[in-house]
Design a protein around this ligand. Sequence first.
Ligand code: GRF
Length: 188
Amino acid sequence: MLSGRGSNFEAIADAVDSGAIPDAEIVAVISDVAAAAGVERARRRGLPAFAADRGKFASRRDHEAEVLRILEEARPDLICLAGYMRVLSPEFVARYRGRIVNIHPALLPRFPGLHAQRRALEAGETVSGCTVHFVDEGTDTGPVILQRTVPVLPGDTEESLSERILSEEHRAYPEAISRVLSGVPETS
Ligand code: GRF
């Protein structure tokens, strides 16, 4: 599930194609933003892409119901949030507990939420990185699966640090998914 650029999605799809994530198939790519570049990337790869545009629904609840409907049809064993910018309701999390993972551009529990890279920089951190974690009811609070560090270099800007972290995200997320899939029971 994504809302924007979709570079982590692309890294996951590459890893599925190359067998780096073994025995996996992407059964649906869901975006809450119809114009997200990630949707176009998914379509170009011939994957089933669904744009449940958040603007077209009267409430968050209605929107989430549509996302849940798509998921019920797709029957994923694992849901990967890859830049999905909507908080999932407790009901959603309960429905798929232990089967939702997310990637965050900081070393959680440091800097949860938005603008993590900028905040790490402002806090004077010398090391940052990314975290793949299970999703629970909180924002970026669930159990950590894997973390990767990158140095914060003198003269770094939000952009340069974000880029360095992103390269690490593209390696870390497929690896974490691979680990999780080897331990998650298949949907019956
Ligand atoms: C990444 O930095 C990820 O850590 C955060 O949102 C961004 C998504 O980027 N959750 P992309 O859409 O995968 O390129």
